[in-house]
Design a protein around this ligand. Structure first.
Ligand SMILES: *Cc1c(COP(=O)(O)O)cnc(C)c1O
Length: 384
């Protein structure tokens, strides 16, 4: 046995997920799932209606916006948004600085929609001047897509500024706000967003299985005939739900009931400012503690969203990431490998049912593991 061993567990005795989702959920969210409901049962339909009605307010979407749920993970919602909104003759300008932007490009390629790409490196914000030039040069562009917090690096993208360009050039505007929704401010009408995609298992702290797209009603109605699939047709899904209160195909009932509980806890915490404030505290605790050990963050503080933090891999050969990961897992902390092209790195999430005290325990555990590995300096390789 090592002399020191900091161990942490969630309320249900599980390791803490310091990952960008699925993430650690409260015991009460999980407990909401221990019943059975029929998918056409009135009690379930009421819970579902409340879930859908509560969501638009989180992005200041009033009566002009409607939530369209999509069974599946977050990517299903992004694919539903892109393929429902971008028509056959349309063209989407993709603002890319990470893997989720690349995924959107792949979705549109498969759907045979024309795309134009404005790409920057994973640690670099979008180039707004370049985006404007491209919009001027290519009048065939009908939509702009951006990822709010690019979870690849944790970078915060300027969604409102890009939305101002969408409005100036009269383009549809589609936002993947998956890892930011509920934690970072997003004013959908002020950002001129036609659609905002997110999911149950990120900052609202539900369990995985439901994506959703918050759509401007007028823009949604205009998507008639665009869909490339039956299951991901947002307009059809929305029409049937509005007409009957029911899903076209089996909904993830338990996930939705747990999501209802998660939303109740979210609003009890003060909604987006409350949730975002807790995550910002977690992020600060983590960054301060890691820097005190000598770790370097990939991003400067001004670009860092309080969702997930990318750290440069230490150069010391005694720092073997898999061993570091396993030893942290033994202590009850699950972190995330980095899959960035700009730097060898690993990531630690700040979201989920965690507070500063959990981050301090994680830092204690990291110090112990570094000691066990005999790593004296965590300085990173110098950039090539
Ligand atoms: C998590 C996430 C998604 C969706 O991923 P799934 O694995 O399909 O849930 C999409 N975009 C971003 C930015 C994300 O962080």
């Amino acid at each position: 046995m090592p002399d020191e061993m900091t161990v942490a567990r969630s309320e249900t005795g599980d390791p803490l997920l310091l990952t960008p989702g699925p993430l650690t959920t409260s015991k009460s969210v999980k407990a909401a799932m221990v019943h059975d409901w029929g998918s056409r049962d009135a009690a379930f339909l009421r819970i579902n209606r409340e879930v859908l009605e509560r969501l638009p307010a989180i992005v200041n979407g009033g009566a002009d916006y409607v939530t369209v749920p999509v069974q599946g993970s977050g990517t299903f919602a992004v694919e539903a948004m892109l393929t429902s909104f971008v028509p056959a003759g349309g063209c989407c300008l993709l603002v890319i600085n990470g893997a989720y932007g690349q995924r959107a490009r792949r979705i549109l390629e498969i759907a045979k929609r024309r795309t134009v790409v404005c790409e920057t490196a994973e640690d670099t914000p979008p180039d707004l001047d370049r985006i404007e030039q491209v919009l001027k040069a290519d009048p065939g562009i009908t939509h702009i897509f951006v990822v709010h917090c690019e979870t690849t690096s944790g970078i915060l993208n300027p969604v409102h500024e890009i939305g101002a360009l969408a409005a100036k050039y009269a383009k549809g505007y589609l936002v993947d706000s998956m890892s930011a929704f509920g934690a970072l401010p997003l004013d959908a009408p002020a950002a001129h967003a036609d659609a905002v995609a997110a999911s149950s298992n990120k900052c609202i702290e539900g369990v995985p299985g439901l994506g959703f797209v918050i759509c401007r009603r007028a823009a949604l109605v205009a998507t008639d005939g665009n869909a490339t699939t039956l299951t991901l047709d947002l307009l059809d899904q929305s029409r049937v739900l509005e007409k009957t209160g029911q899903y076209r195909f089996t909904p993830p009932i338990h996930v939705i009931v747990a999501f209802h509980q998660a939303l109740t806890e979210f609003f009890a915490e003060g909604g987006q400012p409350g949730r975002g404030g807790r995550y910002a505290g977690n992020c600060q605790e983590l960054i301060d503690g890691m820097r005190a050990m000598g770790f370097e963050t990939l991003l400067p503080d001004a670009l860092q969203a309080p969702i997930i933090v990318t750290f440069r891999m230490p150069a010391d050969r005694r720092f073997v990431f898999q061993t570091f990961y396993d030893k942290l897992k033994d202590r009850g902390f699950v972190i995330y490998p980095g899959k960035l092209t700009v730097a060898d790195s690993f990531r630690i999430g700040c979201i989920g049912r965690l507070d500063r005290s959990h981050m301090r325990l994680a830092l204690d555990a990291i110090r112990e593991v570094l000691h066990e590995l005999g790593v004296a300096s965590v300085a990173a390789h110098k950039a090539a």
